[in-house]
Design a binder for this molecule. Structure first.
Ligand SMILES: *Cc1c(COP(=O)(O)O)cnc(C)c1O
Length: 369
């Protein structure tokens, strides 16, 4: 593996994070424990959700949300092709069918004006992804969902700290899911959380993630088929201490994104990302520019030879080999998504990058163009 001077991402961990994990190790309670509850409380307070349930990953959370809403084989779930693969995979886990709707060319989120055309008799839900920490138009999506009696799952895995019209994303749908893999806004190692405003649904997630045990049931009694999607207490401790400094972390990321835009704006062949939107608040997850597709691959190689990691971000889901094979998708099916996928390039983005680092990265980039 290449060692990069500037990796694409790295987690920010301080002494409190490390001491917290050591405390858990010393406590001897490594599985489900008190830190999970603490983390859930902090997440509710921060997002404004009434209930939260820690899970072993964002993917697990999405799977349980679909399961809890009883989405079944052959039913259709409307979603976006411009996302990380997990948002569609979760639908496939239940043998339901992801139905893609093309995206908006500015914020890369699902194009709300195209949703109604995709609704059929089999449509049961909309799985909306707030991509790159940018809010999708969730109130308009809710309106459509109400009209057609559909459930709404918000994939906020990249969007802790993202608001739409002063509401934290993930709190307006039936379920919201936030993820904590090391490249996300905060990390628990592996991990995720499901948020909801409905107590029964919270209890159902708690049961499904814990082998189908009913609430207050004995350890070896199971009321339904469940999974082991629990979060361990080392991870939960990390989540809890990371939350304490999240506002600062989010501010730092915004500052780094600002430096990038400052040094890249006006550069020929580079489109910089928007720094804000009018009806919500971004939270920074990745820093992604657009470059002409015919030079992107060379650019990645040349940057890599200079110690700078960069990556196409993200490839279109419908053109992944297994999706093409299963559903017969082809190039041209979702042209805006494909156009974005062909041009987007993620640059190094993590707390600790200084203005002089951004100068070095952007100068290298400009010299290669
Ligand atoms: C990261 C991510 C997920 C999955 O989260 P994991 O914790 O890695 O399972 C799902 N959807 C999106 C959009 C993501 O970025």
């Amino acid at each position: 593996m290449t060692k990069f001077n500037y990796p694409l991402a790295k987690p920010y961990l301080d002494k409190k994070d490390i001491d917290g994990v050591i405390d858990v190790l010393n406590s001897g309670i490594l599985g489900m424990g008190p830190k999970s509850k603490l983390f859930e409380e902090k997440m509710c307070k921060y997002t404004g959700a009434k209930y939260a349930s820690t899970v072993s990953s964002g993917t697990a959370g999405l799977h349980l949300a679909l399961k809890a809403l009883n989405i079944r084989e052959g039913e259709e779930v409307i979603t976006t092709p411009f996302s990380f693969i997990a948002s569609s995979n979760a639908i496939l886990f239940e043998k339901a069918i992801p139905v893609f709707v093309d995206v908006d060319p500015i914020d890369f989120n699902i194009d709300v004006s195209k949703i109604e055309k995709a609704i059929t008799k089999k449509t049961r839900a909309i799985l909306v992804v707030h991509i790159f920490g940018r809010p999708a138009k969730i109130d308009e999506i809710q309106k459509i969902a109400k009209k057609y009696n559909l459930k709404v799952i918000e994939d906020a895995c990249e969007s802790l700290g993202t608001y739409y019209k002063n509401r934290h994303v993930g709190t307006l749908g039936d379920f919201g899911v936030i993820a904590f893999y090391p490249n996300k806004q905060i990390t628990t190692g592996e991990g995720g959380i499901v948020i909801t405003n409905n107590r029964d649904r919270k209890n159902l997630i708690d049961s499904l993630k814990n082998q189908g045990r009913g609430i207050n049931m004995q350890w070896l009694k199971h009321s339904r088929l469940g999974y082991n999607y629990r979060m361990d207490d080392m991870s939960a401790s990390l989540g809890s201490t990371q939350m304490d400094k999240f506002e600062w972390m989010n501010f730092e990321k915004a500052r780094i994104a600002g430096y990038y835009n400052k040094y890249l704006e006006g550069t020929q062949n580079i489109t910089t990302p928007p720094l804000s939107c009018k009806d919500g608040k971004y939270s920074w997850f990745v820093y992604v520019i657009q470059v002409p597709k015919n030079i992107r691959n060379n650019l990645i190689v040349e940057l890599s030879e200079r110690g700078i990691h960069s990556k196409p971000y993200l490839p279109s889901i419908h053109l992944q080999p297994f999706m093409k094979k299963k559903f017969g998708y082809k190039k041209g099916d979702f042209p805006i998504c494909e156009k974005i996928s062909a041009k987007t390039l993620a640059l190094p983005f993590y707390i600790g990058l200084k203005e002089k680092d951004i100068v070095e990265i952007t100068n290298t980039l400009k010299s290669l163009l």
